[in-house]
Ligand binder design. Structure first.
Ligand SMILES: [Zn+2]
Length: 79
């Protein structure tokens, strides 16, 4: 399991959570979120609906990978 909080991860801001909750494609690329319970990270527009308490924000995919998360197979954050 990835560590819940690494130096590069942060909790989602309200604006980031809103983008995630509304699947805002306009937010894609500005940040990525990782779900601690599943160990995957996603683009903001991913159809998944995680609980906010299980979500961490990353500025880029490299940071999420470094923290031990895998790219989501649904939204393909690396592609
Ligand atoms: Zn995803």
């Amino acid at each position: 399991m990835p560590t819940p909080l690494s130096e590069t991860a942060s909790l989602l801001s309200d604006a980031q959570w809103q983008a995630l909750a509304s699947r805002d494609r306009g937010a894609d690329g500005s940040f990525f979120y990782a779900v601690t319970t599943t160990g995957v990270f996603c683009k903001p527009s991913c159809p998944g609906r995680p609980l906010r308490k299980n979500v961490l924000a990353f500025e880029c995919t490299e940071q999420a990978l470094m923290a031990g998360f895998r790219p989501c197979k649904r939204c393909r954050p690396l592609g």
